[in-house]
Design a protein around this ligand. Structure first.
Ligand code: ADP
Ligand code: MG
Length: 248
């Protein structure tokens, strides 16, 4: 086996809020370069899991590793982002009054560079990077549009592009296709599939048709722990999964 082991590794992670366990001894491995879908009913702990990985929430106990060396529980949110874990929240948060290319420029600068980035001269490498990300996300023709004028789907892709400007090793994507048309969903599936391999991609998603269209490996969360894992066919025919989720 030539794998270098997991890129993300959560072990026995427990998070409680006033005694209620949002995550209950959750153990999860994400392999380097894989595309993983995480599904599960509302309240299953999906967002809390992402909060732990990105340093927003500290678990009561457990372990969380990035690669083999980085202990996520000893890093703050900024350090984790810098180390290469990018997160896309459900609602797109582009800068509506800036052009698409400017949004990418700002994302490249990162939080500290925002005020100096606009108006500053871009390096040749910076320009090339923006061009390649624009192509990657399918907005090659829309670079000079105001981000606020983009369609909902295009905004979501722009936001993925903004994450890509930091060249993350892991992309965490929360419900990317909520509110998208079928055509936009297909393009998103194609984009995320293309990104996996170069990056590891973890997608939390409710839309089963979409999950089926992209997923190789699916993890079903329930009550803060892994209920089932496998291909979409495997988890969909698991009676426990049918009971808690797909039959609801
Ligand atoms: P999902 O994203 O799978 O819908 P969440 O991770 O958002 O689930 O939430 C898991 C459970 O933890 C839910 O019951 C939710 O109400 C609870 N929870 C999440 N965040 C908090 C918080 N900050 N305070 C109290 N309860 C929370
Ligand atoms: Mg959630």
């Amino acid at each position: 086996d030539t794998r270098h082991g997991p890129i993300l590794y959560l072990e026995d992670v427990t998070v409680s809020f006033d005694g209620f366990r949002a995550l209950d001894e959750l153990t999860l491995y994400i392999d380097d370069g894989e595309l993983r879908c995480i599904i599960g009913p509302n309240g299953a702990g999906k967002s809390t899991m992402m909060d732990v990985i990105t340093g927003r929430t500290r678990p009561d106990h457990g372990a969380a590793w990035f690669g083999q060396r980085l202990d996520l529980l000893r890093m703050d949110e900024t350090e984790i982002a810098r180390a290469g874990i990018g997160r896309k929240f459900q609602k797109p948060t582009v800068f509506p009054n800036h052009r698409v290319v400017e949004n990418l420029e700002l994302a490249m600068a990162g939080p500290r560079g925002v005020w100096s980035a606009l108006g500053a001269r871009l390096s040749v490498e910076g320009r090339d990077r923006i061009d390649s990300v624009l192509e990657e996300i399918g907005l090659g023709e829309a670079g000079y549009e105001l981000a606020g004028k983009l369609s909902h789907g295009q905004k979501q892709w722009l936001e993925i592009g903004m994450l890509l400007m930091q060249d993350p090793r892991v992309l965490l994507v929360d419900e990317p296709v909520a509110g998208m048309t079928h055509q936009e969903m297909d393009r998103t599936a194609e984009l995320l599939t293309r990104l996996a391999g170069r990056h590891s991609v973890v997608v939390v998603e409710h839309d089963m048709e979409f999950v089926r269209s992209i997923a190789r490996q699916v993890t079903v969360l329930h009550q803060g722990a892994v209920l089932a894992e496998g291909s979409m066919d495997e988890v969909q025919s698991d009676p426990r999964v049918v009971e808690v989720y797909l039959g609801e």
